[in-house]
Ligand binder design. Structure first.
Ligand code: ZN
Ligand code: ZN
Length: 226
């Protein structure tokens, strides 16, 4: 005998009960997940303010995690609010770009903000031999883009997309900037390293060649040739 129709209200009622139970269970599960993520972040060296921001846990709860987990209170200091530290070297900028690409990839996975940062930082530590960015510095990299201090741009030399501050005299990625620190920008020849004085952009051969061209053009203009 077909009883599908008469069974339906019973089935729907059971489904509703199950949904209510699931909804009732989600909150403690979220709490547990947030606490586990907080523990992970504390172990990775995050400061209490950042842990609170990412997990939504209270200052009191997060502050209480440090003594049993690290034997010390939360590390002092603030989240950076300028890019000064990152701009001190091409290596720092390169590392910031590694972190940026990892964020781009992991932010699409639907994870929580805390989980994204944990995964980004763990991947970063695996990729680089000598990490330069702390967890806090890594966290601040995408913020530099969202506050428009940095933007995504293409390098004039290698065409790779990277993030950094906008420059008025052309775009150069940190890898090319590091490469051209020791090489002629025109012919690529290795140049001698001079500790003192202004760093030269081109080698002496290219400099002479460019001077000759400039002189030649100047003479043509003086003589009335376009
Ligand atoms: Zn480049
Ligand atoms: Zn050259």
């Amino acid at each position: 005998m077909y009883t599908g129709i008469s069974d339906q209200p019973v089935a729907l009622g059971a489904e509703r009960d199950r949904d209510t139970n699931i909804a009732g269970n989600i909150e403690p599960l979220n709490q547990a997940r947030n606490t586990l993520e907080a523990v992970h972040l504390v172990h990775m060296g995050a400061r209490a303010a950042l842990v609170c921001q990412l997990t939504g846990l209270t200052k009191k709860v997060v502050g209480g995690l440090y003594p049993p987990l690290t034997g010390m209170p939360s590390p002092p200091g603030q989240v950076p609010f300028t890019d000064t530290w990152y701009l001190k070297s091409n290596q720092r900028l390169l590392h910031a770009n590694v972190v940026w690409h990892l964020f781009q990839h992991l932010e699409q996975t639907g994870r929580s903000a805390a989980s994204v940062l944990i995964h980004v930082y763990e991947a970063y530590l695996e990729i680089v031999d000598a990490p330069l960015l702390t967890l806090t510095r890594a966290f601040f990299v995408p913020r530099l883009v969202s506050i428009n201090a940095w933007c995504e741009q293409a390098c004039d030399h290698c065409d790779i997309s990277y993030i950094g501050p906008l420059s008025h005299d052309g775009s150069i990625c940190p890898a090319c900037a590091e490469y051209f620190n020791h090489r002629c920008r025109s012919c690529g020849t290795a140049m001698e390293y001079h500790r003192a004085g202004r760093r030269k952009a081109v080698c002496s051969g290219c400099y002479k060649k460019q001077s000759r061209i400039r002189k030649h053009l100047k003479t043509r203009v003086t003589n009335g040739f376009p």
